[in-house]
Design a protein around this ligand. Structure first.
Ligand SMILES: Nc1nc2c(c(=O)[nH]1)N(C=O)[C@@H](CNc1ccc(C(=O)N[C@@H](CCC(=O)O)C(=O)O)cc1)CN2
Ligand SMILES: Nc1nc2c(ncn2[C@@H]2O[C@H](COP(=O)(O)OP(=O)(O)OP(=O)(O)O)[C@@H](O)[C@H]2O)c(=O)[nH]1
Ligand SMILES: [Mg+2]
Length: 464
């Protein structure tokens, strides 16, 4: 389905978070928006005011003639609006009663409640933004760190869209050239000529697709944070380390082993590295029912972690459970923290070195305010040394749907190339080349299935 101009019904929703606030905004979009608002509003005639103005007045219940709230109303006229439709935004006093009442009054006027993400869906369906830009809107709202916000904004600005559009144009150009060669052969060896053209372009586009895919790993980290599990025996100081990294007393710390019973997740920016820190219950054999579940969750967090912070209590000798964790995490990206370094060390260094490379070890102390500085530096170093793939132009693929489509288009281009090697006829090569073009188009939503839109936009916030 393409972006055809369709006449949609008029929708409304509260666009601000529910609860008490300074101001709440009720947003209406569609051809009836201005008429509907006019029926509730007393002030200047909204049908006559200029577009892109905000107007002071009052909302009245048209049935009871009762004043509902003092408001400011923005009037935005199609097509230069967020949805490309007429938009009214009623700014009322923040508070659930007035906001909901105004929404209910609007819904009585031939306006229906918007589905989550429906305003942005209209922006897409009405052709103001493409699908990858619509997806960026949600990424922007969900962004937890400055960097992930930057990547989302870059995508919202259409930079990924332009890159994809250029690749598709390149493919289209070569397909057109192939057609011309077939229809009007100037040379005897049309087959060789067109095959050469196709090969050149397939190699070129494939390399660009691979370049994009290379950014995916880091893009995902920037968006979701590097999944970092803090694990270790009970009472070694895991929660203390979480709190130090957060610069906030988030997790409960006590001298009772087994204080943390469930995993705790927090986002933090460590020297420019976005982390999703997971504090876990101490891992050990236990018969306590609740603790047991906690330990299982800790193991799970450990298994899915991008980075493991394994904490050891350096004031006691190594235990079997420590040895087990040291073995289990070898080969993972990890930092082994010797905590409680303010106390006398009882860990056998020789034995420790048989499990850990000395570069993996960091000493820390939760009672010393500088205790985590080394740890922070080590995290940043590990991250920046290993995994930064800078694409140079700040375009990063962060979205699983996009990654899947890029991989599929890479496969289609591989089929073109292997087809050429095997001497396949040009019309079969054209099919694979066209498939690559189609798949790239799905990223920007040049072609899509209605189910995809339902699935994508249902994950959005109400009123967005
Ligand atoms: N009050 C309010 N604040 C908001 C939004 C909104 O809809 N309402 N936004 C959204 O949720 C975001 C801003 N995004 C927007 C994007 C495009 C257009 C828009 O009207 N674009 C037109 C005209 C641009 C122009 O005048 O130059 C266009 O692209 O044609 C409006 C908002 C964040 N803040
Ligand atoms: N001396 C000293 N005590 C520490 C240090 N780090 C933590 N502690 C103490 O060790 C005890 C346990 O700390 P927690 O951070 O709760 O340990 P945990 O690993 O999260 O424990 P569980 O959640 O029970 O598995 C508390 O009494 C802390 O004050 C440290 O570096 N030095
Ligand atoms: Mg704890």
């Amino acid at each position: 389905m393409q972006n055809v101009a369709t006449e949609f019904d008029t929708i409304a929703a509260i666009s601000t978070p529910p609860g008490e606030g300074g101001i709440s905004i009720i947003r209406i979009s569609g051809s009836k928006a201005i008429d509907a608002a006019s029926k509730l509003y007393r002030g200047k005639d909204l049908r006559k005011v200029a577009g892109n103005t905000i107007n002071y007045g009052h909302v009245y219940d048209p049935d009871s003639d009762e004043e509902v709230d003092e408001v400011m109303v923005s009037v935005m006229r199609a097509p230069r609006t967020y949805t490309k439709e007429n938009i009214i935004e009623i700014n009322c006093h923040g508070g659930i009663v007035a906001t909901n009442r105004i929404l209910q009054l609007i819904l009585g006027l031939g306006v229906r409640l918007a589905k989550p993400g429906e305003f942005t869906e209209r922006a897409f369906l009405n052709g103001r933004i493409d699908l990858s830009q619509a997806e960026a809107v949600m990424d922007l709202i969900r962004a937890k760190t400055d960097q992930s916000m930057k990547v989302a904004l870059n995508q919202l600005d259409g930079n990924l869209s332009h890159l994809i559009a250029n690749l598709r144009q390149d493919i289209l150009d070569v397909l057109a050239q192939v057609e011309v060669n077939i229809d009007y052969p100037e040379y005897d060896d049309v087959e060789t000529m067109t095959t050469k053209l196709l090969k050149e372009k397939a190699v070129e586009v494939k390399s660009e697709v691979q370049q994009l895919l290379k950014t995916a790993k880091q893009g995902k980290v920037l968006r979701d944070g590097l999944a970092t599990a803090i694990v270790g025996h009970p009472n070694v100081g895991k929660s203390s380390i979480l709190n130090l990294l957060l610069h906030e007393d988030k997790a409960i710390v006590t001298d009772v082993a087994g204080t943390t019973r469930d995993v705790i997740e927090e986002y933090v920016n460590v020297q420019g590295v976005p982390l999703k820190l997971v504090d876990t219950a101490g891992i050990h054999e236990t018969n306590d029912k609740v603790e047991k579940i906690g330990v299982e969750r800790s193991q799970k967090a450990l298994e899915v972690a991008d980075l493991v912070i394994l904490v050891l209590d350096s004031s006691v000798e190594l235990r079997d459970e420590d040895r087990k964790l040291l073995k289990q995490t070898s080969g993972m990206k990890r930092i082994v923290v010797l905590n409680k370094s303010d106390l006398t060390s009882k860990i056998d260094q020789n034995e420790l070195q048989s499990y850990v490379d000395s570069t993996e070890i960091v000493h820390s102390s939760a009672v010393n305010p500088l205790g985590t500085k080394d740890l922070e530096e080590r995290i940043a170093k590990l991250f920046f040394a290993g995994s930064i793939e800078n694409s140079g132009n700040n375009i990063m693929v962060t979205n699983a749907r996009h990654i899947g489509l890029l991989k599929q288009s890479e496969e289609a281009l591989n089929s073109v190339l292997s087809g050429i090697e095997m001497g396949m006829p040009v019309d079969l090569l054209q099919i694979d080349m066209t498939r690559a073009w189609d798949l790239l188009g799905e990223i920007t939503g040049d072609s899509y299935q209605d189910e995809l839109l339902d699935q994508l936009f249902s994950q959005f916030c109400l009123g967005k």
